[in-house]
Write a protein that binds this ligand. Structure first.
Ligand SMILES: [Zn+2]
Length: 300
């Protein structure tokens, strides 16, 4: 089975900083899942040891890349330049937020500020670190695993292990109206979006949960959003309800009954790092217990 790559959702430009041997790097990272996670045990395995692929561009180089990109659009014949880029593969324990093992380190060059670099090409140099150098790099990695990076690593899995992140309590409880449908993404903006691509267009599911403590429904309300190119806004494209108990689909009155919910569900599941039924079931249980309890204690 193919590994799944989940780019981390960190802040505005999906990058963080890492200081290593007195140099400052701009880091972009992605989680690599060995396969689609189908069970809670699969999730636990990844939490204990997750493969993280990190691209490190020296900060001076990162700034130069940006300037060059601007210049390249004005100048027909810009001077070719190269920036050194490192590719790092490291295992991290998401529970503790510490690096576990450095698996691979390579260095190559980015041509003319190109975003894409090929660490597998013959020009990429594999760097073998001795124990002392490994220790230095590990320290650098651990210092770079600050709160926003850890949130990005943890939020995709938080419905399985609620104690992974409690940041949502302070920020969100006050602003959410009691007993309304609550979107999961509102509590956990760094959780991975549930997305699919159709002919180059991106669709995402906004999954909302009933938080009325007196209601016994087990539905997840799924609104399918599409980016409207002219306005740049996400617009509702369709939707359905999915019952986590019966695993049946229900029609949402505001959308056409012709909307083929089971077909869309199947396609969203293809791109999802965590099996979609397992994921929505775990989120529904989180909202019915953790969220409702947290709101109760916030009020008392
Ligand atoms: Zn309900």
């Amino acid at each position: 089975m193919n590994p799944l790559v989940l780019p981390l959702n960190i802040g505005k430009d999906d990058s963080f900083r890492m200081s290593w041997k007195n140099r400052l790097y701009k880091a972009r990272a992605a989680l690599v899942l060995p396969h689609k996670l189908k069970t809670n045990a699969d999730v636990d395995e990844v939490l204990a040891s997750a493969q993280l692929v990190v691209k490190l561009t020296e900060f001076a180089g990162a700034l130069r890349e940006k300037m060059l990109a601007t210049l390249a659009s004005q100048n027909q014949n810009p001077q070719p330049t190269q920036t050194e880029v490192y590719g790092l593969v490291v295992r991290v324990n998401i529970n503790t937020g510490r690096s576990v093992e450095i698996e691979d380190l390579r260095r190559t060059k980015s041509e003319n500020g190109a975003e894409h670099v090929d660490f597998m090409s013959h020009s990429a140099e594999v760097i073998n670190l001795n124990e002392a150098e490994k220790a230095i790099l590990e320290t650098a990695i651990n210092s770079a695993l600050t709160a926003p990076v850890l949130e990005a690593l943890r939020q995709p899995f938080v419905s399985f292990h609620p104690n992974l992140s409690e940041s949502w309590k302070e920020q969100q409880l006050k602003s959410i109206q009691p007993d309304k449908l609550v979107p999961f993404q509102m509590l956990f903006p760094s959780a991975q979006p549930i997305e699919r691509f159709v002919e180059g267009e991106r669709f995402i599911i906004d999954d909302l949960y009933c938080t009325n403590p007196t209601c016994s429904c087990t539905d997840v309300t799924c609104v399918v959003l599409k980016l409207d190119k002219s306005s740049g806004q996400e617009v509702a494209w369709g939707g359905f309800k999915w019952d986590v108990k019966s695993e049946k689909f229900k029609v949402l009155p505001q959308f056409s009954s012709k909307f083929n919910a089971s077909e869309w569900f199947k396609h969203f599941d293809l791109n999802s790092g965590i099996d979609l039924k397992t994921l929505l079931t775990s989120r529904q249980s989180f909202m019915r217990t953790e969220f409702i309890n947290a709101r109760k204690s916030a009020r008392s």
